[in-house]
Every structure is written in structure tokens, then in C-alpha cells.
Design a protein. Structure first.
Length: 143
């Protein structure tokens, strides 16, 4: 498996990564995805794509390094998804390992993500990856 970071304007964002990301974020359109990345890139947003041995994109991660008063410096994972056909083949583990290496190289104190309460299969995976529930996330819709 090969994991690479994709910069804005890279055609693989649309051709490879977006179809996998849509499995987690079905509300995205191609235009909205590009608009979010254009704005988010200056805020640290990055995307990594995992490619299988056959060259197909089998996983995607959106992430950023953030300074906070609570965790000081952390790598926050916005999105982590494995293509449905590639689940339980090590893709998620490889992506998390890749992100952990990036976090350690950037002197982050923690790798952090939020996961919807309905995503019980994902939660089992995160627990297997030795992640812990350390906080609640509260949201108030504004739109």
C-alpha cells in the first residue's frame, strides 16, 4: 500500500480520493469539496490517499495540525474512511499509522478525531487502534 498527500489542484483529488470520501461525506459535491479544500488549505487542511497494490484509491484521510490550549499541538483528523470494498484489509490502520508518524514528526502531543455516535463499527476500530474516548463533542446547528 502506498499513501500520498494530495495538494489542491491535483487531479487525483477528484478522480481518486473524492469517490472514497463520499462514502463518509455523501453531502459533498465536487465543487463544494474543492471550495472547502481551497479555504481549508490555508488553515492547515491536508488530504492523504491510500492506494492499493492495483493502483486504486482504497482510503482517504483529511487532517490538519492545530494549536489548542487544551492539547497544545495536535494532529486532528477531519475525515478517515476506507472504501467499502477494502474494509478490514488494513487500510485504516495504515492511514492512522501514517498520520501518527506525521504527528510525531511535527511534535504533536496527540492525534485526535471525532466520530459520530452512530458509527459503532468505526468505534470498535478506534478502540483496537488503542484510541480512547477523552471528551464529548457538543454541537449547536446554526444553519
Amino acid at each position: 500500500m502506498k499513501i500520498i498527500d494530495l495538494e489542491p489542484g491535483d487531479p487525483r483529488l477528484t478522480a481518486d480520493l473524492l469517490p472514497v470520501l463520499l462514502e463518509l461525506r455523501p453531502h459533498l459535491t465536487e465543487d463544494l469539496f474543492h471550495a472547502i479544500y481551497a479555504e481549508g488549505h490555508s488553515q492547515g487542511l491536508r488530504f492523504s490517499a491510500a492506494y492499493g497494490d492495483d493502483g486504486a484509491c482504497v482510503g482517504a484521510a483529511g487532517w490538519r495540525i492545530v494549536a489548542t490550549t487544551f492539547q497544545v499541538r495536535k494532529l486532528y483528523v477531519d475525515d478517515l474512511v476506507t472504501a467499502g470494498a477494502a474494509r478490514s484489509t488494513g487500510v485504516g490502520h495504515a492511514l492512522l499509522s501514517h498520520l501518527e508518524q506525521r504527528a510525531r514528526a511535527a511534535d504533536c502531543a496527540v492525534l485526535n478525531l471525532d466520530s459520530g455516535t452512530q458509527r459503532t463499527d468505526a468505534h470498535r476500530f478506534y478502540f483496537r487502534e488503542r484510541m480512547a474516548v477523552t471528551a464529548f463533542n457538543f454541537a449547536k446547528p446554526l444553519l
